[in-house]
Design a protein around this ligand. Structure first.
Ligand code: PEP
Length: 253
């Protein structure tokens, strides 16, 4: 059985300007023990990536972008490439967040293009998938997730996907306070691991970290992390304050 180091990731979304991000990152650096035995990642807004990377240097905190573009360079006004993100000092990138899918036209095809570019640049991609409330009510959860995974990973071999992190984020649980029940989470995570095993490779599936996201807080993280197929969390709202995020990171202590 592969050992999967848990990953606790904080998505700051459209919060905190440069100065606020830097101040918050140094608070987190002080609050998170240097010998923490989980991987920790924060995703500030693009403009704060470089300064935050500078602040957390030498700490267990890694930095990721919240999105990226798949082209390396050219006439793409407003876009940011994987190499540019890397040059800020980042090691991770979130791809396909439901807010990107819902409000900015992200599709499984764009997720696939971004995933390929992120991997080519050596970034660790955190690929987000999840069903809407309507899809769950219609009994389509597994069908939707299967399509998102298969299309998102389209044209890639298991050997290319070894660093990929999957984040299951039911859309109805994001920012709503409605965490999925542990039973729902384990059922979906086990389904996703089996899907990766059957469609790609068992070894890849055993080693792949599958995060849960959707109203995670310090009060429910331990219960979620106790589930067999949960390997970490992608945290939105509760990642914006030192006490709550460091509490989530220190869930074992
Ligand atoms: C998210 O946006 O990825 C998320 C999980 O948000 P929240 O924790 O606020 O539900």
């Amino acid at each position: 059985m592969a050992t999967r180091t848990p990953l606790i990731a904080g998505n700051w979304k459209l919060h905190k300007d440069c100065a606020e991000s830097v101040a918050f990152a140094s608070e987190l650096k002080a609050a998170i023990p240097a010998d923490i035995d989980v991987d920790v990642m924060v995703a500030p807004t693009f403009t704060a990536l470089h300064p935050v990377c500078e602040v957390v240097k030498g700490s267990p905190i890694a930095v990721g972008a919240q999105d990226m573009f798949w082209e390396a360079k050219g006439a793409w006004t407003g876009e940011i490439s994987a190499e540019m993100i890397k040059s800020c000092g980042c090691t991770h990138v979130i791809i396909g967040h439901s807010e990107r899918r819902q409000f900015f036209g992200e599709t499984d095809d764009t997720v696939n293009a971004k995933l390929k570019a992120a991997l080519a640049a050596g970034l660790v991609p955190v690929v987000c998938i999840g069903e809407t409330d309507e899809e769950r009510q219609a009994g389509k959860t597994f069908e939707v997730l299967e399509t998102q995974v298969k299309n998102g990973f389209q044209g890639m071999a298991a050997s290319e996907l070894t660093t990929v992190v999957l984040a299951y984020e039911p859309v109805w649980a994001i920012g709503t306070g409605n965490t999925a029940t542990p039973e729902m989470v384990q059922e979906v995570h086990a389904f996703l691991r089996k899907l990766v095993a059957d469609s790609l490779q068992k070894e890849l599936a055993n080693g792949m970290r599958i995060l849960y996201g959707g109203s995670v807080k310090s009060g429910n993280i331990a219960e979620l992390m106790a589930l067999e197929d949960v390997d970490g969390a992608l945290v939105g709202g509760a990642s914006l304050e030192t006490e709550s995020f460091s509490g989530i990171v220190r869930y074992k202590r």
